[in-house]
Design a binder for this molecule. Structure first.
Ligand code: AMP
Ligand code: MG
Length: 427
């Protein structure tokens, strides 16, 4: 485990000059994480995970020379004069199916009926597809079975060479590679039923607030339902983590401390709420007492307050309580941390170039993540349209959004037509 984070700034609350840049905050967060140890995973479970050891092919793929078509194995030289009007007749001596180990030899003037994937008989050097043959002639004058070939085969027509896909001894996939479906197929082809991958982080998700109750309970006056657990939890799961929801902590030191204790064995604790300046924003106090935690004021919108540090050995990311602030902060800081633990080399979000359709006000020198819908480009760039009301608690506009368009800190206003970048929300 890296050194715990120490507070960077004392109480820089509204002092923009002393707020922390998003990139600096992210650097501090990422410095606390490393790829997790590797495990052996069965192939299907390893999909989308990151390989921790090279895979070297112990066999050729294909393992043997075989037919790419259903047809007749021939010697190309026996077919040179064949045309649609003057077919060549060859003597059919036998047949060979896929999976057949013992394959007959082919002699001059002969053809062997062969199925796709069957080993090419010794002596044969091409396959003529059924579509270019006629089997109905059946026998010649001396009663032997024959086939008419209507096309001159070139050497190795419809033949797949041993090792043409993968050569024995070469690397199929290197460590650090993200396993996609075709990779798993290649790894299976070279005979490996399992792979070494970085294990998935276990992420504990804790909501806080006396007013917060779980869905499934009737609302009492003053109460709201917990949405953050489900946004944060499903994001973490979509990014590849195993998620443990540890409920909702009351705003008391005992409840908070107790619930955090329950999560002492995880790879990352993510809390929401309680890191602002309110009378009951206890998370920061508990965190400061229990661990080494810094409370930052990050130069971003939504999502300014952010806590980060360690409780014992366990990293903790304290998100703001407002649902969109929590989600955006988790996308900006939590996703890279989870990806780094998973062993990904790329932790940056997927971005697209867009042009804003709307006028965006951005006074306050914060990086503004605007919830936008993307419209297909009409010749030019992708058009980004504000997805609805942009309050930090307005979850419906996040639900309606395709992307988070970034208005830089120093850009006080983005007029329609301004080119910007946007983080794709590919959920
Ligand atoms: P806080 O930072 O704890 O003061 O919370 C800021 C706002 O977010 C308040 O309006 C809270 O009621 C709201 N909030 C906090 N936690 C949650 C949650 N888990 N689900 C939905 N809203 C929340
Ligand atoms: Mg609260």
């Amino acid at each position: 485990m890296p050194e715990p984070t120490t507070p960077l700034i004392e109480r820089p609350w509204e002092d923009v000059e002393r707020m922390l840049d998003v990139d600096a905050a992210l650097d501090h967060v990422l410095a606390a994480f490393a790829p997790l140890p590797s495990i052996t995973a069965p192939l299907l479970e390893a999909a989308d995970m990151v390989l921790a050891a090279d895979i070297v092919a112990r066999d050729n793929i294909p393992p043997f020379r075989n037919s790419a078509m259903d047809g007749y194995a021939v010697r190309a030289t026996d077919t040179v004069s064949a045309t649609w009007s003057t077919p060549v007749e060859l003597h059919v001596t036998s047949h060979v199916a896929a999976g057949q180990g013992d394959v007959p030899r082919l002699g001059a003037g002969e053809a062997i009926r062969i199925m796709t994937g069957a080993p090419l008989p010794e002596g044969a050097d091409a396959v003529v597809r059924f579509e270019e043959t006629d089997e109905s002639a059946s026998t010649d004058q001396v009663g032997r079975q024959i086939v008419r070939i209507y096309r001159a085969a070139r050497l190795l027509d419809n033949v797949r060479e041993a090792g043409e896909d993968i050569t024995r001894g070469t690397s199929v996939a290197c460590r650090g590679h993200v396993l996609r479906p075709a990779d798993l197929g290649l790894i299976a082809s070279v005979g490996e039923p399992s792979v070494r991958v970085h294990r998935r982080p276990v992420v504990a998700v804790l909501s806080t607030g006396n007013e917060v109750i779980p869905p499934g309970h009737a609302l009492e006056p003053g109460m709201i339902r917990d949405s953050n657990s489900f946004v944060i939890g499903s994001l973490a799961r979509a990014w590849g983590a195993e998620v443990r929801l540890i409920g909702i902590a009351r705003d008391t030191v005992d409840d908070l401390t107790g619930r955090l204790d329950e999560a002492s064995d995880v790879d990352l604790i993510v809390t929401s709420g309680g890191v602002s300046l309110g009378d009951y924003d206890l998370v920061k106090d508990v965190l400061e007492a229990e661990g080494e935690i810094a409370i930052w004021q990050v130069r971003m919108k939504p999502g300014k307050p952010l806590a980060f540090g360690h409780i014992g050995p366990t990293p903790l990311l304290g998100l703001p309580g407002n649902p969109v602030a929590a989600a955006v902060s988790f996308i900006v800081f939590g996703r890279p941390a989870i990806r780094k633990m998973l062993g990904h080399r790329v932790t940056e979000p997927r971005m697209v170039d867009v042009v804003t359709a709307d006028d965006i006000d951005n006074r306050g020198q914060r990086r503004h993540y605007v919830r936008v819908r993307l419209e297909p480009p009409e010749g030019g760039a992708i058009l980004a349209r504000v997805a609805g009301e942009q309050g930090a608690g307005v979850l419906s506009s996040l639900a309606a959004a395709d992307a988070l368009m970034i208005v830089p800190e120093e850009m006080e206003r983005a007029q329609p037509g301004t080119r910007l970048r946007a983080i794709l929300l590919d959920w």
